[in-house]
Design a protein around this ligand. Structure first.
Ligand code: FE2
Length: 295
């Protein structure tokens, strides 16, 4: 494998934000001091046009990581080997440090349902996922990084809690994990479990990076909408997760009602304050020399 899990887990890139088209001009013209960008892999596949040219320019100056939504790792459909080869080619083009996707299924019998659908946390599903993650890692020649999903239903009769399922999967395959702290909070609220207890069960030696995001609260549930700032409860959980992990790269996702680049970056940089509550953001940035983001 080109990068070991230990290398990925030990690569604290700092504080990053999701690369979105609405910010292209600001990034290209002003080259703001961002530690790293996460790209949505599918936005740069099947295209030879402007998106890829912009990515080439941004990747020349910033660290990049890849995040996808179409691997369909939990499905019973055969793995899409052509998609996986294209992922690898995109990584080679932009020098992405790692490739991530979600623990979910997105379609079956060739139909893409365009949603991240939950898996039952059963022994059978675990065996199925282990086999497929191993196959993907053989093709990608590196550890795959998988994210805990936001879910809105639970299956009856699970054999594992989600942290137990993640631990079994990670131990068996050597895969990496992407711990989305907002997703933990959304699920804990929707399914009435203790979010801090969840975090204490996470296999931290497999966690490569964190996601943070905003969500929407409805009367009956919370929805993972990525359309606003991170709420106080998620920042509290992030501080606990940071302590438990010893520190990991942290990425803010903002996908709807996206404000200007500076507002998104300012929200992401709040993570510095929550990592070390005694310091101001300015202090921490100055101490870490986090100005600019050479690859
Ligand atoms: Fe996420």
């Amino acid at each position: 494998m080109t990068s070991s899990l230990a290398t990925l887990v030990g690569s604290d890139l700092g504080i990053g934000i999701g690369l979105r088209t609405t910010h292209y001009e600001t990034i290209l013209e002003e080259r703001p001091a961002v530690d790293f960008f996460e790209i949505l892999s599918e936005n740069y596949m099947h295209t030879g046009g402007r998106p890829v040219r912009v990515l080439d320019e941004i990747a020349a100056h910033y660290a990049i990581v890849m995040h996808g939504v179409s691997m369909n790792i939990g499905s019973t459909d055969p793995l899409d080997r052509d998609y996986l080869r294209q992922l690898k080619a995109l990584q080679q083009r932009c020098g992405a440090r790692w490739i991530s996707d979600h623990i979910c299924w997105t379609g079956v019998e060739g139909k893409n349902l365009h949603d991240l659908l939950p898996l039952p946390y059963t022994k059978g599903a675990l065996r199925h996922l282990i086999e497929r993650v191993r196959a993907v890692q053989d093709i990608l020649e590196q550890p795959l990084v998988l994210e805990n999903p936001s879910t809105y239903l639970q299956f009856a009769g699970p054999d594992y809690t989600e942290p137990e399922f993640l631990s079994e999967l990670a131990t068996a395959t050597g895969c990496g994990l992407l711990m989305d702290v907002n997703n933990v909070f959304v699920c804990a609220s929707n399914h009435d479990f203790d979010a801090e207890g969840y975090l204490r069960g996470v296999p931290w030696d497999h966690v490569v990076y964190f996601h943070l995001a905003g969500h929407t609260t409805y009367e009956t549930h919370r929805l993972d909408t990525h359309d606003g700032p991170v709420c106080d409860e998620v920042w509290d959980l992030y501080r606990i997760a940071h302590e438990l992990s010893g520190g990991r790269s942290t990425l803010l996702e903002w996908d709807a009602d996206i404000p200007d680049f500076q507002a998104v970056h300012d929200e992401a940089r709040k993570a510095l304050r929550h990592r070390d509550p005694k310091s101001t953001v300015t202090d921490v940035v100055a101490a870490s020399g986090s100005a600019g983001a050479p690859r």
